[in-house]
Unconditional design. Structure first.
Length: 265
């Protein structure tokens, strides 16, 4: 085979295989296992079935018509601690629609690779006192003040109860209202990428969504370890995903083409 043809083949195969190998590495390293224990829906927790507790404290979420894609359901996890029950709800949307169509298309492909799906999955983490059954606090992510809607920055927010009053612990401010309907916290979808907020007068459609357990397989499939979360999380080593991806890129993008070049000549 002529050397020019060999070079042309190698030049084409190298970058193509390298990029594919890098993306595969990014996808595979996102499938980390959950490293904390959760209770099954049929387990007895604090004298009740876990699923009964999950239903009792399930958040209520409002969303206005200008935000595309409705909530489909809530993933849930129940973590039992010595003095507390922690409920982690993860509302799921089929997609999130960026206001710029071009950015949306590019970002959608990135999310499919990085998160294992184009589904948008947020979180609401609730801490319940075992003795009283009262919600002590809950946390979620909201839009950072001053952030643009085109490039929204995420801000962790924690709401806590002290006596009969509620406080935004993150801002150090007292709320002038209760963000609850009985035992269920009330949240408002704030942005196109479904960041949440609390407000005294929520607007739009009320979602009382069904719940489904976040199994170990679904945790890995949707790369939950990479997604936003509260205090309870699977801690991942960021350098691992980059190292694996770059090693695959070098092996298949440079190493394999060089071997092929030497064989064809």
């Amino acid at each position: 085979m002529e050397i020019t043809n060999v070079i042309a083949i190698v030049v084409f195969i190298g970058p193509t295989l390298g990029i594919i190998a890098f993306l595969i590495g990014m996808k595979l390293t996102g499938m980390e296992r959950r490293n904390y224990s959760v209770r099954k829906s049929s387990d007895i927790v604090n004298g009740k079935k876990a699923i009964e507790i999950v239903e009792k404290y399930k958040p209520i979420i409002y969303q206005t018509d200008n935000i595309e894609k409705d909530i489909q359901f809530l993933f849930y996890e129940l973590v039992e601690q010595k003095e507390k029950i922690v409920l982690i709800y993860r509302p799921v949307w089929n997609d999130e629609i960026h206001p710029n169509p071009i950015i949306h298309s590019l970002y959608k492909y990135f999310r499919w690779i990085f998160y294992g799906s184009v589904k948008d999955i947020e979180f609401i983490e609730i801490y319940i006192d075992k003795k009283t059954g009262e919600v002590e606090s809950f946390n979620y992510e909201t839009l950072t003040e001053g952030s643009t809607i085109e490039a929204p920055e995420h801000e962790f927010t924690e709401i806590e109860k002290k006596g009969e009053k509620y406080y935004n612990k993150t801002k150090g401010k007292e709320l002038g209202y209760s963000p609850f309907e009985e035992y269920r916290c009330i949240l408002q979808v704030k942005t196109w990428n479904h960041l949440l907020s609390i407000t005294e007068k929520p607007q739009g459609k009320k979602f009382d969504s069904p719940v489904t357990p976040l199994t170990n397989w679904l945790f890995r499939k949707y790369s939950i370890s990479r997604r936003s979360t509260g205090y309870i999380r699977t801690k991942s080593k960021k350098w691992v995903k980059y190292m694996v991806s770059f090693v695959l890129l070098i092996v298949f993008g440079i190493g394999f083409p060089l071997v092929l070049y030497s064989i064809l000549l």
